[in-house]
Design a protein around this ligand. Structure first.
Ligand SMILES: [Zn+2]
Length: 251
């Protein structure tokens, strides 16, 4: 059965129990990492995932707390002997910068480097990203400080739907992206520019008529994230939970 593993649930400042927000979508044919932070070579085995099964990366936006792990991941799997190609998907804004970053590392000179292909997505709602035996993924632009995408995953075998807002202000693009989804994972950094509070995330969940709401990308450390659930429940009557590192959702 296809599943989503939350690899990190923190906002931009992680703590010991919460890595920066990123996740792995695992199917039979494809394993897709949605964002790539710090060094996944440590995180992926902790989640029971093998590097060679990783087929695709989706990079939502070019902020360090979402993409800082890409150079480390590419170098680590290369040193471990990877030959299998890897596809990287994202907006042109994001992938142009990622390619430049890898050029700074002179990756063209790394001997016998495995094939990496970049797939630039238009900034258009419900753009198809990929389709495989178990799921189809779509992306829509959302409202953040830099160009960013949220994703919708439709699971063929069960008919279930997952939506992930990524970093965004409350917006109708997410309402449409998440319309009727079984699960919406929505960011909850707070009501600041480019971000959303728990109450606002709940309002988006209500409008999209989703089956359940998971709050992610929340402040950790000295903050008390549990109170975010209480705040969200004021605006949305369905189940609400905090996403936690290594939580697995089956679809
Ligand atoms: Zn961001």
């Amino acid at each position: 059965m296809a599943k989503l593993i939350i690899l990190g649930s923190s906002n931009a400042v992680p703590d010991e129990k919460h890595e920066n927000t990123h996740m792995a979508l695992v199917g039979g044919e494809r394993t897709v990492l949605i964002d790539c932070v710090n060094n996944p070579i440590v995180r992926l085995p902790q989640a029971g995932l093998e590097f060679d099964h990783l087929t695709d990366l989706i990079l939502t936006h070019f902020h360090p707390d979402h993409v800082s792990g890409v150079p480390s991941l590419l170098m680590s799997v290369w040193l471990m002997g990877r030959q299998r190609p890897m596809s990287i998907h994202g907006l042109a804004y994001t992938l142009d910068r990622m390619e430049k970053l890898m050029e700074f590392y002179d990756w063209a000179t790394w001997p016998h480097f495995f094939p990496v292909s970049f797939h630039r997505l238009p900034s258009v709602e419900m753009t198809p990203v990929m389709e495989c035996d178990e799921f189809s993924i779509f992306a829509s632009p959302v409202h953040h400080l830099v160009p960013n995408i949220g994703v919708r995953v439709e699971f063929q075998k069960t008919g279930k739907v997952l939506a992930y807002s990524c970093d965004t202000e409350p917006c109708q693009e997410v309402v449409r992206l998440a319309a009727g989804a079984d699960v919406l994972i929505h960011e909850t950094s707070g009501a600041t520019i480019g971000h959303t509070s728990a109450g606002q995330a709940a309002e988006i969940a209500r409008q999209a008529e989703v089956g359940a709401l998971y709050l992610i990308h929340y402040p950790t450390g000295d903050h008390n994230p549990a109170k975010l659930v209480t705040e969200a429940k004021k605006n949305y009557t369905g189940p609400v939970a905090l996403a936690q590192d290594f939580m697995t959702l089956e679809f």
